[in-house]
Design a binder for this molecule. Sequence first.
Ligand SMILES: C[S@@+](CC[C@H](N)C(=O)[O-])C[C@H]1O[C@@H](n2cnc3c(N)ncnc32)[C@H](O)[C@@H]1O
Length: 406
Amino acid sequence: MGRVTPTVLVAGIDAAGRPAHPALAEALAGAGLVVGAARHLAAVPVPPGCATVVLGPLAPALDRLAAAVAAGTPAVVLASGDPGFFGIVRRLRAAGLPVRVLPAVSSVAAAFARAGLPWDGAAVVTAHGRDPRPALNACRALPAVAVLTAPGAGAAELAAGLAGWDRRLVVAEHLGTPDERITWTTPSEAAATTWTDPHVVLSLAPETVAGSAGMRADDQPAAAPAGGWALPESAYAHRDSMITKAEVRALAVARLRPRLGRLVWDVGAGSGSVGIECALLGAAVLAVERDPDAPIRANAARHGVDVRVVTGAAPGALAGLPDPDAVFVGGGGLDVLAAVADRRPPRVVVTLAALDRVAPAVHLLRAAGYAVDGSQLAAARLADLPGGSLRLAATNPVVLLTGELP
Ligand SMILES: C[S@@+](CC[C@H](N)C(=O)[O-])C[C@H]1O[C@@H](n2cnc3c(N)ncnc32)[C@H](O)[C@@H]1O
């Protein structure tokens, strides 16, 4: 028989309040090194005299674990919930350490359980150790999102960023411990509250809470839409042809690069078709439109996406809106484009029907530091002629500009 490679046992501490896995006590009894957060080390019977490393910083702990493995010393790592789910297993593997995992109930599963909600259609995102904006944008885009938090990027900060979006929040602190606290709240209340770590946040659309709609159990949260995009104009209510044509929309949406975690503004949204297709592809969307009767909300509901509508005229209406990753300017003049460029979104897409605006728009974007390209798009659609013949029916040409910051 070959030599058995020593492995690091990684044990989850349950977030649902269940006792630790029976194999953990046995492993601890024989361990030469135990690594874990102070609260986890305090929660299990570490034998007297056993070396411990308190997390904190991971690098020194990884070095100690590597040395233990090399020396054949049994080592245990304690972690929260399921250590393979947004947890320490990734880092241990990246450090080349062999691991065996005893998973426990994750904080996300426990939080949904405490809320009494299913979670197979929910997205799970993390604000832990990274830019928290993608997590926030996922909450803005989707009807059920669980957020793993970090100090400084927790419930209060997320809630502040959700102002203007219709959400209920569940903040689950210290799950599975005597200090567990589950709070149903609103973004405005949560933004003004001090929360204790660790906690997870569930961001829920009202339909999700009501159980009437929302979470898609049959699908990945931000999978490409089943019905596709660049949909025909007939897929949207619109007035007086105030809608970006499907062929133009296809390129505009592609250039905006919508995806889960990003925020797109649709300025001069009209029917909202461009923003709605960005939302179908997972982005959070803010539609700015001066006409209060524009059918954006109805169109968004028809396509099952959440688009926040800001009724007002740009550029004034843009003040105070959260910073976007990409902006579509489908309506409004050069003053609107200038105000958009001032906000420095990484990408701007503009459609222009008036030729006299093309050169000034290009110059404006270039002067603001954008690399600009553009093309004229003129689709001619198949149409029937009497007698079974076909003809081409012209649609109005437009110029589409894309500006990208280097
Ligand atoms: C690195 S992630 C670890 C997730 C873990 N693997 C799990 O399955 O729960 C750390 C984050 O998980 C959440 N968390 C972990 N344990 C928790 C608990 N007992 N109560 C509430 N949140 C917890 C917090 O958001 C914390 O910042």
